[in-house]
Design a protein around this ligand. Structure first.
Ligand code: DGY
Length: 426
């Protein structure tokens, strides 16, 4: 008999309402007090389970921060909050190249583009109510993807200009690239994140100095994409952006179909991304990897992003043995980094912990490609983690210890949309 978990559905809805600041949702109060790009798209997916109108307004507020060049920033600073660093003043995007006047204060980089994928899912919840809103959002989503292809996809795979752009801040994937930066000239600063959560669960000071150095580097170039691409010592093509954009393009193509829009440009992007993904394939690890465009080296990193290939729409067979090995070793799937690797750290952010959002995308992709046993395992583990440990930001894959922020928006969202028994078959 399955346990009745409907009280957790209620708790998840309560968390989304709690973190709702009116038109946008913060990832969690305190630690992340603004609107984050992919967190917000996940919030929309969660709201769609009980309030489709609110789901659309989440994405509409996100898109209201879109720059004139098409970029949708990773943070929108709607209202100043002294509890977060680096704030709008440090990013210095007021006069940024490509921003355009009168936009929302924002960071100068983007984040995994899941917005089109979730707009499509929100639309499917109620096509009649959503048709007009999808139609209005479509050109902005096209411009967002076009910007990614022009500004970040010179190798075919999608590159980050800052670790925060991948969403996997301190993943070992870019340790080598980060080590090449000597963070001289970083103005003195006080971290705020470690005042909210245990420093053992967060990036190190060495990483943080380099995060801020890269922010200063972009600001000094007026956030000009071409200048950053030409001059930055840090540029890594990686699987989170590559596969989420590949999926988002496929979903945008479905949207184009119902809206009667042209698909040729989107088809071109998908073909380029599929070819580009090959540059991330690492035959030594048997997994998709990150590729340092400056050194020409693959990182040798097997991460949860490696297993987004199926979400991207690839019928990938080569990664299956590696996934099987990871599922065999981890008590709770999917660890964000290979537990057999010396750099694995079960609590430190993206160097080991399980993240529900990655699990949802990996599992939906696996199920779509017919790998239903693996998909069911990942879903059951995610449900167990949340049931036993609450709606934490992330969890130890060894014993489920909840880590990072609590009452977390995207954990609540993926519960409602996917992990909860009430979500049905997804
Ligand atoms: C942070 O501040 O830790 C975020 O991950 C940056 O977006």
């Amino acid at each position: 008999m399955t346990a009745d978990l409907s009280h957790l559905d209620g708790e998840a809805r309560r968390i989304l309402r709690l973190n709702d600041k009116g038109g946008y949702t913060v990832p969690t109060a305190g630690l992340y007090p603004y609107q984050w790009n992919w967190d917000s798209a996940f919030a929309g997916l969660g709201f769609a389970c009980f309030d489709v109108d609110r789901a659309w307004s989440e994405l509409e507020t996100l898109m209201s921060g879109q720059w004139e060049n098409g970029m949708v920033p990773h943070i929108l600073f709607h209202r100043p909050d002294p509890g977060y660093f680096p704030g709008a003043d440090i990013w210095g995007t007021q006069d940024a190249a490509g921003k355009g006047a009168g936009r929302v204060a924002s960071s100068g980089i983007s984040q995994p583009p899941v917005a089109a994928s979730f707009a499509w899912r929100i639309y499917q919840r109620d096509p009649e109510a959503g048709a007009e809103r999808l139609r209005r959002m479509f050109p902005g989503l096209m411009a967002f993807h076009r910007w990614f292809m022009a500004a970040r996809a010179e190798s075919g795979a999608v590159a980050i200009t800052h670790p925060w752009e991948a969403g996997r801040d301190n993943a070992p994937d870019w340790d080598a690239a980060m080590a090449r930066i000597s963070p001289e000239g970083v103005a003195p600063y006080t971290r705020r994140d470690t005042g909210h959560v245990n420093p053992r669960m967060r990036p190190t000071k060495e990483d943080y100095d380099r995060y801020i150095w890269l922010v200063q580097f972009g600001r000094e170039r007026g956030w000009d994409d071409a200048a950053i691409a030409a001059e930055s010592p840090f540029r890594v093509a990686e699987p989170t952006l590559t596969f989420t954009l590949m999926r988002a393009c496929r979903d945008l193509r479905l949207a184009a179909g119902v809206l009667g829009e042209e698909c040729a440009e989107i088809d071109g992007w998908i073909a380029r991304l599929e070819a580009g993904a090959e540059t991330l394939w690492n035959p030594e690890t048997g997994a998709y990897d990150s590729y340092d465009l400056r050194s020409g080296q693959l990182a040798g990193a097997v991460s949860n992003a490696s297993f987004l290939c199926w979400w991207g729409g690839l019928d990938d067979r080569r990664s299956r043995p590696t996934l099987a090995r990871i599922l065999d070793t981890a008590r709770f799937a999917l660890p964000s980094f290979d537990p057999a690797h010396p750099k694995f750290d079960p609590l430190r952010y993206w160097r080991g912990p399980v993240w529900g959002v990655m699990n949802m995308m990996a599992a939906i992709g696996l199920a779509e490609q017919g790998l239903s046993t693996e998909a069911a395992r990942i879903r059951a583990d995610t449900a167990a983690l949340i049931t036993e440990n609450g709606f934490a930001e992330y969890f130890s894959p060894e014993d489920g210890t909840p880590a990072g922020g609590a009452t977390f928006t995207w954990t609540a969202a993926i519960w409602l949309a996917w992990a909860s028994p009430s979500a049905g078959e997804v």
